[in-house]
Design a binder for this molecule. Structure first.
Ligand code: SAM
Ligand code: SF4
Length: 490
């Protein structure tokens, strides 16, 4: 029997006897969306106020409340929703924007997702798996760009199974450039069995991401052929329940927006978060909401449920209000202009920068975007330095922080900090320290000028006003870094 059919059979066995309760009731979601269509201004405002209170009490909005915001029909209230999203983000995480880069490691895939360039049936695509030396070169190039944290991305294939993933994580952490190395490796890969998650977890990974793509069963079926591994909805929808059961600390959910009604998907994300809370007492570490982009061999141009930019920005702001303690990620799939608006208005807490999604793309000289060598088309090609400058110009502080993960503040040790809106007191000092380190080692003149003269002094002052003893510690560490010390964090 082939690897795929053997795995398929094992997955069906798991699905037939799993212990988890279905958390997506489509009739209920449709009915909530129907019932909330004509909410009054007062009701919308009351929910905005509640979302702001939730920033420090660890609660999420209910599905009904979230749907009222999604269906808001009072034009003048959208600005209030955007302002509240920005306020909540600042209240929980402060002004920092965490930066990471994706590292695509393998593209061969046994699945046939309709929208994806890596689909098995897509013969236009140059599929590739990085060999160990090539992977080391990629990591070295990313370290040379100033990156300290990455998300490793894999197609689902016998050659990139859990053992391969574990080995690649070991290789990534093993790359040393002077005293530099990657400090946090997150994973975006196909769902695993518990024993497989444990093998990957043993390598010291950060967050494990699995996006459900769509929570709507019929749409899921239309986009993921049923005879493929990914075609088994229940296997995927409980992927992160298995991960937490296996002992992983942090998991991340996401929906691929454009496949089905985005309002339905956002409620799907919320029910997913609620189910993780119910079984494991911790919600998702981050939520992603990629929009479908052009991909080789896929017909993604006229998706009936595609969202326009305005709807997308509103959706992101509402996700922030719905789950205040969860990180939100907006990737380089989007153009700089939209990403900039999201930084300023939607309370985004993490973005990728300097992104290249070609397999082997970071270490290649000729960095031309070729659709048949990558999963989809990206919209933001700015290098890390440009991105860092841009974030600072938007009055936010870029952060390369990995300290929670390395200090053991993960899973249920992390959540209380985020749920009580205390995490910002760690995020801000660590953002200052990691920005300082970036500026010393990689910053262009423009980045250094802005960082050293405007942004670091501004945030040090803020820290001084709120937490003078921490500010003093940060000043001492800054001096140590100026004298050559590195990797200073709290
Ligand atoms: N193969 C693994 C899986 O499917 O779980 C890893 C994930 S895949 C390499 C990363 C994510 O990219 C998918 O979960 C999907 O949400 C997203 N994606 C796939 N095709 C896309 C497209 N055309 N535009 C935007 N995002 C896409
Ligand atoms: Fe494979 Fe993932 Fe692409 Fe689907 S989305 S074809 S599973 S890489």
């Amino acid at each position: 029997m082939s690897w795929t059919s053997e795995r398929y059979q094992k997955i069906v066995e798991w699905v037939n006897k799993h212990e988890y309760e279905n958390f997506i009731d489509e009739d209920e979601i449709h009915s909530i969306l129907e019932k909330t269509k004509n909410a009054s201004k007062e009701e919308v405002r009351a929910i905005i106020a509640k979302a702001k209170q939730n920033a420090s009490n660890g609660a999420m909005l209910s599905p009904y409340e979230t749907a009222v915001l999604l269906n808001n029909s009072h034009d003048e209230l959208w600005e209030e929703i955007f302002d509240a999203a920005t306020w909540v983000k600042t209240e929980v995480y402060g002004d920092r924007m965490v930066l990471f880069s994706p590292l695509y490691i393998s593209s061969p895939c046994v699945n046939n997702c309709k929208y994806c360039g890596f689909a098995e049936s897509n013969t236009e695509h140059n599929k590739k798996i990085l060999r160990e030396e090539e992977l080391k070169n990629e990591v070295t190039s990313m370290l040379d760009m100033g990156q300290k944290r990455l998300v490793a991305v894999y197609g689902e294939h016998p050659k990139s199974d859990h053992n391969f993933i574990a080995q690649s994580v070991r290789t990534i952490y093993g790359v040393k450039k002077g005293n530099l190395s990657m400090r946090r490796v997150n994973i975006n890969a196909a769902p695993l069995f518990e024993d497989e998650y444990k093998i990957v977890h043993n390598e010291g990974i950060g967050t494990f991401q699995v996006f459900q793509e769509t929570y709507h069963r019929q749409t899921y079926k239309e986009n993921h052929p049923e005879n493929t591994l990914k075609g088994i909805y229940d296997w995927r929808v409980f992927a992160l329940h298995r991960a937490l059961k296996a002992g992983l600390d942090d998991v991340a959910i996401g929906a691929l927006l454009g496949l089905y009604d985005y309002k339905f998907e956002i409620l799907g994300l919320l029910f997913h978060a609620m189910s993780l809370e119910k079984y494991f007492g911790i919600g998702p570490h981050t939520i992603s909401f990629p929009r479908i982009k052009k991909a080789s061999g896929a017909n993604n141009d006229d998706m009936p449920y595609a969202l326009d930019d305005d709807e997308f920005l509103r959706a992101i702001a509402i996700i922030r209000l719905m789950c205040p303690f969860t990180g939100t990620i907006l990737t380089a799939r989007e153009e700089p202009e939209l990403r900039n608006k999201a930084i300023q208005r939607c309370g985004i807490s993490q973005m990728d920068a300097g992104t290249n999604i070609e397999i082997g793309g970071y270490s290649k000289d000729n960095k031309i975007d070729e659709l048949n060598k990558q999963q989809f088309q990206i919209g933001d090609h700015r290098c890390i330095d440009e991105f860092v400058i841009n974030v600072m110009k938007k009055d936010r502080i870029p952060s390369f922080c990995t300290s929670c993960y390395r200090e053991g503040r993960t899973g249920d040790h992390f959540m209380p900090y985020a749920k009580n809106a205390k995490i910002k007191y760690l995020c801000l000092p660590n953002a200052i320290l990691t920005l300082k380190e970036y500026l010393l080692d990689y910053g262009s003149e423009e980045a250094r000028n802005l960082g050293e003269n405007v942004i670091i002094p501004k945030y040090l002052k803020e820290l001084e006003q709120n937490l003078p003893h921490i500010a003093e510690k940060v000043r001492t560490l800054i001096t140590a870094m100026e004298n050559g010390e590195r990797d200073c964090h709290l």
